[in-house]
Design a protein around this ligand. Structure first.
Ligand SMILES: O=C(CO)COP(=O)(O)O
Length: 136
């Protein structure tokens, strides 16, 4: 398997959580191709030194760009620390992104504990594991 592609996204109040998690998982993240929404991706690249391909900011279409990667079969996992306590102007985009993860059986972590379990799973970087992709 080539490097898995994973997306990193966080709403503003959750960015510190995602950043702390990224710092704690540098070695694993270095083995992945990283993409992210604009502000999140920039922050992670700047503060960890990891290379992150940045899409537009979430409210400007970044979630949808990541959704497009999913629809094209190019995303292996989404780490999306969304904010359950503050409404986002682009909530439909957020829902659409999470929905596509279910449609295409893409693993998604919405908080730090799930992100820990996912990134440390022996299946995650395993050559033997093939995620089942639905055949619509
Ligand atoms: O709004 C977002 C996800 O819905 C994240 O966008 P930013 O990374 O640009 O803040």
């Amino acid at each position: 398997m080539s490097k898995p592609t994973i997306a990193l996204v966080a709403h503003d109040h959750k960015k510190p959580d995602l950043l702390a998690w990224a710092n704690a998982n540098m070695q694993r993240l270095e083995q992945c191709r990283l993409v992210g929404t604009g502000t999140t991706g920039g922050l992670i690249a700047e503060q960890t030194g990891l290379t992150v391909q940045r899409f537009k900011s979430g409210p400007l279409g970044g979630d949808q760009q990541i959704g497009a990667l999913i629809a094209e079969g190019e995303l292996d996992a989404l780490f999306f620390f969304w904010d359950p306590l503050n409404p986002a102007p682009h909530d439909p985009d957020v829902k659409a992104l999470l929905r596509l993860c279910s449609v295409w059986n893409v693993p998604v972590a919405c908080n730090r504990s799930t992100a820990d379990l996912l990134i440390t799973s022996p299946l995650f970087l395993s050559l033997d594991y093939q995620r089942e992709v639905p055949n619509y």
